[in-house]
Write a protein that binds this ligand. Structure first.
Ligand SMILES: Cc1cc2nc3c(=O)[nH]c(=O)nc-3n(C[C@H](O)[C@H](O)[C@H](O)COP(=O)(O)O)c2cc1C
Length: 308
């Protein structure tokens, strides 16, 4: 098995470089292979040119893709797994890596009539100066995951994992204290990179929309559900289409089936409520829920929501 590592840090004098080296050693020790694009060492040109912009923005397959971008396409299509290793800069990947996506995710490769292979997995190993708690409480971690998994990698990988090494900036005592443990964690991630294991199911920070509904239902493709999960409790806020504002609250069972009550105000200013049982199914890499719902007044229906 082969991993393609996209590594982006401006300095070897960094935690991220050490973490990357430990991860690579883990892959090597597992008997698997990797190839790496070290974006700073390659001096990867991250500014999209006007010609590239006009090609992508107009959905054209000409002019031909630049040789440095083609080389990245080849690395992706010859690999099973893609791994991104970088420090968080202002709640994003470093600009060079953001630019890598601007250029490498070109029309005809990553979108349109895609020639990009669907990879088994994407793993992000990310160092952050802030503690995990702050990144979670401010919604910053969720935003970063959403951008990477909900946009850049969406529909392009079968599974994904975000591994955070928090409190690693130089002023944090935890940087030194956790140094060896963090390198060990990175090594083990490399060692087990190709292990097939069922990821723990969570609805935290996942967004859905309806793709089908019975006639008497009110949610539609205009409705967005923002889901959350803590333990076996799930909740979501939803709005859009004929729904001004709605909330649902319920539980997720051991088979990942959802059981919840919902209520919303519709555009006729009516308060509607009901209950729903929902079964998950992953189809073409997309998580869908097949829902059986019932209004409080008794009418029943079915709907399908899918992740966006
Ligand atoms: C320009 C810059 C911006 C940064 N922005 C953030 C940030 O938004 N959030 C965060 O948690 N850490 C931030 N950091 C801290 C880095 O993620 C830091 O580099 C990380 O802790 C890893 O340490 P290393 O550079 O030794 O690898 C930033 C660092 C720099 C230099």
């Amino acid at each position: 098995m082969k991993a393609f590592i996209v590594y982006c840090h401006p300095s070897d004098d960094s935690f991220t470089k050490n973490m990357c080296d430990s991860f690579l050693k883990g892959i090597k020790d597992s008997g698997n292979e990797y190839i790496i694009s070290d974006l700073y060492r390659m001096d990867f040109k991250s500014d999209i040119t006007e010609q590239e912009y006009l090609r992508d923005a107009n959905y054209l397959t000409t002019p031909n893709v630049a040789p440095d971008v083609l080389a990245e396409h080849e690395k992706i299509n010859s690999s099973d797994v893609i791994v991104f290793i970088y420090p968080i800069f202002w709640t994003e990947a470093p600009a060079k890596l953001v630019g890598w996506f601007d250029r490498v995710w070109s029309y005809g490769f990553a979108y349109g009539e895609k020639t990009m292979k669907e990879l088994d997995k994407a793993v992000i190993l990310c160092s952050a100066g802030n503690p995990l708690e702050r990144l979670e409480n401010f919604g910053l971690l969720g935003s970063m995951k959403k951008v990477m998994f909900g946009d850049r990698l969406f529909g392009r990988v079968k599974n994904n994992e975000f591994v955070l090494f928090d409190s690693t900036s130089r002023e944090k005592p935890l940087r030194e204290k956790n140094w060896e443990d963090n390198l060990k964690k990175a090594y083990e991630k490399g060692l087990n990179l190709f292990e097939v294991k069922e990821e723990k199911f969570t609805l935290e920070d996942r967004f859905f929309t309806a793709i089908e509904n019975s006639e008497s239902g009110e949610v539609s493709s205009q409705t967005i559900f923002a889901y959350h999960q803590k333990g076996n409790v799930i909740w979501a806020e939803y709005s859009g289409g004929s729904i001004i504002k709605g909330f649902l609250l319920g539980t997720i069972d051991d088979n990942n089936n959802l059981h919840f009550n919902y209520q919303h105000i519709n555009t006729d200013n009516k308060l509607k409520s009901g209950s729903c049982d929902s079964v998950p199914k992953t189809e073409n890499g997309i998580l869908r829920f097949y829902e059986k719902w019932k209004w409080t007044d008794g009418e029943e229906g079915t709907s399908i929501i899918e992740e966006i």
